[in-house]
Design a protein around this ligand. Sequence first.
Ligand code: FES
Ligand SMILES: [Fe+2]
Length: 351
Amino acid sequence: MTQSDIKPQQFLRSLWYFALHASALRPGTLLRKIILGEPVLFGRTEMGEPFALRDLCPHRGVPLSAGKIRQGTVECPYHGWRFKPSGKCTLIPSLVGQEGVEPSKIHVRSYKIAERNGLIWVYMPDETQPAIQAIAPPDLPLWSEAKPTLIEAQLFPCSIDHAVVGLMDPAHGPFVHKAWWWRSQKSIHAKAKKYAPSHLGFTMVTHKPSSNSTLYKILGGDISTEISFQLPGIRVEHIKAGRNLVLGLTTCTPLTEDETEVTQTFFWNIGWIAPFKPIAQHIARVFLGQDRHMVTLQKEGLKFNPRLMLIQDADTPAIWYHRLKKEWVEAEAAQRAFVNPVQETTLRWRS
Ligand code: FES
Ligand SMILES: [Fe+2]
């Protein structure tokens, strides 16, 4: 099977994307980010309220992120117009009062955001049509006060599709992630994993992880792991070993058509890991860097616009990703309910 007929660079809308970590947005700060090709300003008022606005002053286009937070509003650096977190203009300093200009009639586009467990998600609406499915931000299996214990973010020079497909690809591990602490090519063996459809995606149902990975052995105990994927590009790996929990969240956020921010965020409740955090950080950086290196190489080939292949069963998750994406676009366009195209099945491959 070749790549699906969906336009490779089509961004999915009416969905939540991972934006940034709450720890990066202290009260009184403004931060600019391009998401889905749009300039977005993330801010937090002095009172701690997070918000997101289009990062573009409606007066003359200056990025509002270059301004300041003042009394719960964003002040544009050019002429000092002020905007509330809702996007409504509250002040135009140049007005003397007889111009008939009403600031409150002027708005900057605001984005819905959600902050939970130290993560900030942003909802990217479709401006051309109403959303038919009411989607909530991803519901992670975390205890309420859980905060990230480790964060590693890298910019991948590729579309979200290649970032997602690369991350869910089970066959590249022994070639790309060669390391004594992970695994080697010699350890390749046949695998069979059960998959089931789940919310906006699919889940590799709870199983014992590969006995050939050193990292899992360190956790010890009666270990089980569940890996799920959901649109637009969110992967959750939930590892349980007795009372020890590790949650690995990988998010792919397209900044532009050929730049995707891949962020790995870990949560754990295991106290003794703390002294080893620098090592864990190093491992995360190396590991994600290996994936990044591969899409950087791939970019050289993609310049020639080749036809690509997806083969059974190792590439079946990638095929599902394209089908899910296509179904999402079609369901929204037809204003009908989304029907998960994934069927329960067992996939077999060697890795
Ligand atoms: S450009 Fe922002 S106030 Fe004039
Ligand atoms: Fe990888």
